[in-house]
Design a protein around this ligand. Structure first.
Ligand code: AMP
Length: 426
């Protein structure tokens, strides 16, 4: 089936053409018709499958078909709840693109920024509101937002909303929403808690599961190499050298690790960016933009900061540290091989991480192919690194710098934020 076979309004077809979509992805094929019929949908689909357009196309098409002028006397008709600000912005971009030739108005609100400008925009009227649950609840309980006209409620990445502790906000918000509504529930992973939430919200939902036994996108090639913790940076350097034009997203366990890996790359003249919870909202959006545009080809991220973000053309996802929760592996590798593109996921697994690897393989029901590195190759990678010769000196210097910083920091400097580097890669 092609998109041209769908009975969307001409304005929506125009957007689909502009986006360059020809055929629906699996999730789109399975969910667009039920959504158009007004049914509830419960979908287990990982990121990168095209789920945003799966709900945005029928929703915008429906609202557009009823809209005769730009006024919005009835208020918000569709609410999309999402876990993070980045995802809110990204989903709103898709809604904006699809609504471009219509009178439908999408808008997004999220926490961590002043609410005044958001309130002003809401007063002009909005048809589709994309929001993080916390900010949405604040605005509703202060009376700036009314949700009694909402016809469609969408929960995207519901599993992450629960991980981030949004359950209470979501439940509290239900009191403000009409009972008679369409609910579309999307989650990349499923467990008891998610099921409970889903069943409390949807009614006789159409259940859609994309690759039930293989939650990881089929477009991604997976491999693992056994590399000791202290040697990982040399292998990352080698990956960049062998793929100088590739866009690489590197996942690490903590903010501190992100900064350290960036430093290690800087020492061998590889330019990279970092994104993690210590960075302000503006900084994070700027980093994403720079990486999206390809001005810098390596982004080092922690799990939470990179949730759900859609960056076109990521060639490699590197699990520099294996995730402690197996389901995060699915979220991470979902950043590549998006839509109909192909991608590669490489994991660096140290001796102490072998158990994490086993948990990932169990969770994904898949054996990850091992890239064998023989001893000679391994030591050559380490020895030939530009970093290796000066290594002990650099490590000492870093240790010295860090101890100086922590001494100065102690009483007052806690809130000082580090900025991201954006030096040019060699
Ligand atoms: P999502 O899972 O919604 O974040 O989408 C992942 C990526 O797939 C985005 O970059 C979309 O632009 C792309 N995409 C979505 N649907 C299609 C389609 N039918 N054909 C090609 N690319 C698509």
């Amino acid at each position: 089936m092609k998109f041209s076979d769908y009975s969307f309004a001409p304005e929506i077809h125009k957007s689909i053409d502009r986006l360059g979509f020809v055929k629906p992805t699996d999730i789109q094929y399975k969910s667009i018709h039920p959504i158009m019929r007004g049914e509830d949908v419960l979908a287990i689909a990982q990121t990168g499958t095209g789920k945003t357009a799966a709900f945005a196309l029928p929703v915008v098409n429906h609202l557009h078909s009823r809209k005769r002028n730009a006024r919005r006397p009835d208020g918000i008709k569709c609410v999309v709840m999402v876990p993070t600000r980045e995802l809110a912005v990204q989903i709103t971009d898709v809604f904006n693109e699809i609504s471009k030739d219509t009178l439908v108005k999408p808008f997004c609100v999220f926490g961590g920024v002043e609410q005044d400008s958001q309130i002003a925009a809401l007063q002009d009227g909005v048809d589709i509101l994309v929001a993080t649950p916390g900010r949405l609840f604040d605005l509703v309980s202060q009376g700036y937002l009314k949700l009694h006209r909402v016809e469609t409620l969408i929960l995207d990445e519901a599993d992450k909303m629960l991980d981030l502790g949004f359950i209470k906000d979501i439940k509290d918000l239900m009191k403000f929403l009409p009972n008679k509504r369409q609910t579309l529930f999307f989650s990349a992973t499923i467990n008891k808690k998610i099921k409970e939430l889903a069943y409390s919200l949807v009614k006789n939902a159409i259940r859609i599961q994309i690759s039930p036994k293989d939650p990881v996108s089929k477009n991604v090639n997976h491999s693992v190499c056994f590399v000791e913790m202290d040697d990982k940076r040399f292998f990352l350097e080698r990956l960049v050298e062998e793929n100088p034009e590739s866009k690489i997203l590197v996942f690490v366990r903590t903010k501190v690790r992100a900064e350290r890996v960036q430093k290690a790359m800087e020492r061998v003249n590889i330019n990279s960016l970092t994104i993690h919870g210590d960075k302000g909202q503006k900084d994070r959006l700027k980093v994403l933009e720079t990486f999206k545009k390809g001005e810098v080809n390596m982004l080092i991220a922690t799990d939470v900061s990179a949730r759900g973000i859609d960056i076109p053309g990521v060639d490699y996802v590197v699990n520099y540290d294996l995730p402690e929760q197996a389901d995060n592996y699915v979220h991470r590798v979902g950043r590549t091989g998006r839509g109909r593109n192909k991608g590669t996921a490489v994991s660096f697994c140290s001796t102490e991480e072998r158990e994490l690897l086993a948990a990932i393989e169990k969770y994904t029901n898949n054996r990850i192919a091992v890239i064998e590195i023989d001893k000679k190759d391994y030591s050559e990678t380490v020895d030939f690194s530009m970093d290796a010769s000066s290594d002990w000196k650099t490590l000492l210097r870093d240790a010295e710098e860090e101890s100086k910083k922590s001494k100065v920091k102690k009483p007052a400097k806690r809130s000082a934020k580090k900025g991201g580097s954006s030096k040019k890669r060699r």
